[in-house]
Design a protein around this ligand. Structure first.
Ligand code: SF4
Length: 281
C-alpha cells in the first residue's frame, strides 16, 4: 500500500524516512559534563590563581597592527626574541609617526620595547624577501615569518586600503576573529591574542602554557585540539573572565606548572587537579 504524504504524517515518523539524530555539539557536551561532574571548576581555578598572581588589569598595549606583527614574530619563539626582531623592523623600516613604547603586562614573557617609531608597514610589505628575512632573523624562523608578515600586510591593505586594523574593535568578537583568520598564516591563537590585547575583545587565546595547565587540571578534554580548546574556553568562561584567565594561566604555566617538574607542592589549584589526583573533584 502506498501512503499519501498526509497519511504518512498522520502515521508518525515510522511511516516516513527514519529521523536522523543530530550529533551533539562536543563543546556543549563537554561544558555540561563538567557542570555535572565537577561543578564550579573554572571559577575555582580563576579564584585560586587570582589569590596567587592577582587580578590583571587590561590596558591597550599599542596599535593593533604592531600587536599583530609582534604576535606573528612570537610564533614558536621566545617573546624576548620576538622583541629583538621587532626592534630590528623599527630600525630597518622606520615610519614617520611619534615614538611609542610597548609596555607589556603580566603574562608577556619579554621585557618590553623601548620608545621607538612604528615601522612603516608599506616598506615592510614590499621589502625584498631575503632582506626582510635577514632583518627579522633574531626572532627565529625568519623565512616563514617574513613570508607570513608580508602576506598578512598585503591582504590587509588590499582589503582595507591601508594597514590599520582599528575597525576590528567595532565588530562582534567571532566576526572579527573570522576576518583575521581568513588571512593566510593567521590562526585562531594569533587572531585572539591581537583582539584581546589590542581591544579587550572577549576571546581566549590558548598558547602552550594555557593548554598544558588547563589539560592537566581537567578543564579541557584530553583529546581536544588546540583550535577546539579556544572554543571550549569560550563556552566555559564569561566574557569578562577571558583576559584574567589567559594571563593567569600563562603565569601559572611559567612559574609553577612547568612542562617538566611542575611544583605540585606549592600549587594553589592542587586540590582540584586531575594530574595529581585522577579523582579530584
Ligand atoms: S597540581 Fe601540579 S599539575 Fe596540577 S596545576 Fe598544579 S602544578 Fe600543575
Amino acid at each position: 500500500m502506498i501512503l499519501s504524504t498526509t497519511a504518512k504524517r498522520a502515521a508518525g515518523p515510522k511511516a516516513g524516512k527514519p529521523k536522523r539524530r543530530r550529533k551533539p555539539d562536543p563543546i556543549l557536551a563537554w561544558k555540561r559534563r563538567l557542570e555535572r561532574t565537577r561543578p564550579g571548576l573554572a571559577a575555582y581555578v580563576l579564584e585560586q590563581l587570582r589569590g596567587r598572581y592577582g587580578e590583571p588589569v587590561w590596558e591597550p598595549r599599542w596599535d593593533p597592527t604592531s600587536e599583530l606583527i609582534l604576535t606573528i614574530l612570537t610564533q614558536n619563539s621566545a617573546d624576548t626574541n620576538a622583541e629583538k626582531a621587532f626592534q630590528e623592523l623599527r630600525r630597518a623600516y622606520p615610519g614617520d609617526g611619534p615614538p611609542v613604547a610597548h609596555r607589556p603586562g603580566p603574562g608577556w614573557g619579554g621585557v618590553g620595547l623601548p620608545d621607538g617609531v612604528t615601522p612603516d608597514w608599506l616598506r615592510v610589505e614590499v621589502a625584498p624577501l631575503d632582506e626582510l628575512v635577514e632583518v627579522i632573523r633574531p626572532g627565529g624562523l625568519p623565512n616563514a615569518k617574513a613570508k607570513g608578515i608580508q602576506a598578512a600586510l598585503r591582504t590587509i591593505r588590499e582589503r582595507r586600503g591601508d594597514h590599520r586594523l582599528d575597525f576590528l574593535a567595532e565588530m562582534p568578537a567571532l566576526e572579527a576573529r573570522a576576518w583575521l583568520t581568513s588571512i593566510p598564516g593567521i590562526g585562531v591563537k594569533t587572531a585572539s591574542v591581537l583582539l584581546l590585547f589590542a581591544f579587550g575583545t572577549p576571546l581566549m587565546p590558548v598558547d602552550r602554557h594555557v593548554e598544558r595547565v588547563s589539560r592537566r587540571i581537567g578543564l579541557l578534554p584530553a583529546k581536544a585540539t588546540a583550535d577546539q580548546a579556544h572554543e571550549v574556553f569560550l563556552a566555559l568562561l564569561e566574557p569578562d573572565q577571558m583576559h584574567e584567565a589567559h594571563v593567569n594561566l600563562i603565569q601559572h604555566g611559567r612559574r609553577i606548572c612547568h612542562a617538566r617538574n611542575p611544583q605540585h607542592d606549592i600549587c594553589p589549584v592542587r586540590e582540584r587537579c586531575r594530574f595529581v589526583d585522577p579523582k579530584a573533584p
